[in-house]
Design a protein around this ligand. Structure first.
Ligand code: GUN
Length: 234
């Protein structure tokens, strides 16, 4: 029997379900989708294209981290909003752990995937390992386990099975995502997981960083860090 997850004991261990080396190329349908939408490789994994960037510039709400001594805080601005298409495929099936400063609204177009969120922005609670946090908004899939709260959920069209059509990730939280088969228990994925991500204020790479293995180990328990190590960009 598959061993259970240390992130959520009701789940099997979190592991990649697609091997990028098991076939030569993306399917013809996926190649067409990539071409027609104009998608590029994303450094997080998967493919993306920015489909809109608001021309309106607003003052950045984020603390200025720039080391340039000539930088003037008054001119640190962001686009009011940006939005992208984002695609995971069997050949590029993992979006590695990273965080943004902006709040991101995710909207499903097609396919299924699993999201894993590490709530690094919340106070860690080692006082109640394995128990629930105090927040009223916690769902069954959310746990305080040891250090930071780790949340995982499935995005997909099967609302009756609890899959989500829309999900919001606040700035400061680490996020990873990976492709799931089109149907629960299946093996195949015809057209990948295609979503839109809208970031407010708009995305800048200076507001983005990847999770490092040391940070993962510091944030979660040792078994969780081992289970999720494959989601960290090396
Ligand atoms: N929104 C979320 N991720 C990204 C990204 O990598 N680039 C752009 N432009 N917008 C994003």
């Amino acid at each position: 029997m598959a061993s259970s997850s240390s992130v959520d004991p009701s789940l099997p261990r979190l592991e990649p379900l697609f091997d990028p080396f098991d076939s030569q190329a993306e399917s013809v349908a996926l190649q067409q989708i990539i071409q027609l939408l104009g998608l590029q490789n994303h450094p997080e994994g998967g493919y993306f294209v920015e489909t809109d960037r608001d021309a309106l510039r607003i003052p950045s709400p984020f603390a200025l981290t720039r080391t340039d001594p000539t930088a003037d805080i008054l001119v640190d601005t962001r686009s009011a909003m940006t939005t992208i298409h984002y695609l995971l495929t069997p050949k590029s099936s993992l979006g590695h752990f990273h965080r943004n400063k902006g709040r991101t609204v995710h909207t499903l177009h097609k396919g299924r995937g699993r999201y894993v969120i590490i709530h690094a922005d919340e106070a860690a609670s080692s006082s109640c390992p394995g128990g629930y946090g105090g927040s009223q908004s916690l769902t069954e899939e959310q746990r305080w386990v040891g250090k930071a709260r780790v949340e995982t959920f499935i995005v997909g069209q099967n609302v009756l099975a609890g899959e989500r059509l829309q999900w919001i990730v606040d700035g400061g939280k680490y996020k990873a995502s990976f492709l799931l088969p089109d149907v629960e228990g299946g093996q195949t994925c015809e057209e990948g997981l295609l979503i839109s991500e809208t970031v407010v204020p708009g995305f800048e790479f200076s507001d983005h960083d990847f999770m490092r293995e040391e940070r993962l180990k510091a944030l979660v328990t040792e078994p969780q860090a081992q289970e999720m190590a494959w989601m960290v960009r090396k």
